[in-house]
Design a protein around this ligand. Structure first.
Ligand code: NAP
Length: 282
């Protein structure tokens, strides 16, 4: 099995460790290779996909900055990848390249684990605030809407949040969008059951940054999910826990989306603990 990841830069990717553990666990020989492709280099990206079509590579993950660039280069998109407007997994089916998105179901699976482990039962209204409106937010918001959550989307550039909300409204999924400031958030907090951070604020090496405004108290009944997985506890999570709220990092999502991609390529399910242990040992 020849698997791999394209994006740029890829120097800190944890995916090779995760997928090597998956291959080993299933006793499949093969490797997971990094294919760095610079932004705007569509030719190299196309050539890489041609190798997939030719059977030289069996499966490919796609990350920043190519998750959108890959859309017109595959033969078919899964309905979720189409609605989200981003592909993180490419696989081959009967000679056709299929673009899929495992971030959305990966996020949802881990969110469900988080709620179960924390003994949380969100109220009937299922109100969630999503911070940031970039690529990951698209998958997260889509997943939440499909599960019946009412989504409030907040981004530092309100126009970015509005654009995402408009795209989703276009396919019948309603989202409210606002600017990410203490003033605009304050009147919207009372009924929140969940806050999801999709901004990179707090990610290593800038671990002292936090997307939640300093002057704003957390809503008392919300849980906090931070997509960041390096470090395992971000400043946002630390502040939320100090305020008595349950908080979780994006490590579980990273493992879930990897396991789902691996299943699309190989048809094999890998226990998440195997993948988690591989990261911990490293
Ligand atoms: P992205 O497309 O660049 O989007 C980032 C979003 O955060 C944008 O809305 C961006 O706004 C906003 N943002 C950036 N800096 C900000 C700041 N200083 N203040 C307020 N907002 C800011 O990135 P992405 O692909 O969505 O990834 C976002 C994060 O999610 C990363 O930390 C990534 O590692 C994590 N992630 C985790 C998983 C997982 O499996 N756990 C999967 C995917 C992503 P502007 O456009 O204005 O900069």
């Amino acid at each position: 099995m020849q698997l791999g990841l394209t994006g740029f830069p890829l120097t800190h990717s944890l995916s090779p460790r995760i997928h090597q553990a998956a291959l080993d666990c299933c006793a499949l020989s093969g490797s997971y290779t990094l294919y760095p492709v610079e932004p705007q280099d569509t030719q190299t990206l196309q050539a890489l996909l041609a190798r997939l079509r030719a059977g030289e590579i069996d499966g490919l993950n796609v990350t920043i900055p190519h998750k959108q660039a890959v859309l017109p280069l595959v033969d078919e998109l899964t309905p979720a990848a189409q609605a989200i407007g981003a592909v993180n997994t490419v696989y081959v089916n009967e000679g056709r390249l299929i673009g899929a998105n495992t971030d959305a179901p990966g996020f949802l699976s881990d969110l469900k684990c988080f709620f179960t482990q924390s003994n949380l039962q969100p109220g009937r209204d299922l109100q969630v605030l999503v911070l940031g409106a970039g690529g990951a937010a698209r998958a997260v918001v889509y997943a939440l809407l499909k599960e019946g959550w009412q989504v409030l989307l907040a981004a530092r550039r309100a126009e970015q949040a509005l654009a995402l909300a408009q795209d989703l409204r276009g396919i019948g999924l309603p989202v409210k969008a606002i600017a990410l400031t203490a003033q605009t958030l304050a009147p919207n907090l009372e009924e929140l059951a969940l806050i999801v951070n999709t901004t990179p604020l707090g990610m290593a090496p800038q671990v002292e940054r936090c997307p939640w405004p300093d002057e704003l108290a957390f809503p008392s009944l919300a849980a906090v999910y931070d997509l960041i997985y390096q470090p395992r506890e971000t400043l946002l999570m630390r502040r939320a826990r100090a305020a008595g709220l349950p908080a979780e990092s994006g490590l579980g999502m990273l493992l879930e989306q990897a396991a789902l991609s691996f299943e699309l390529w190989t048809g094999r399910k890998v226990p998440l603990d195997v993948l988690r242990n591989a990261l911990e040992e490293a």
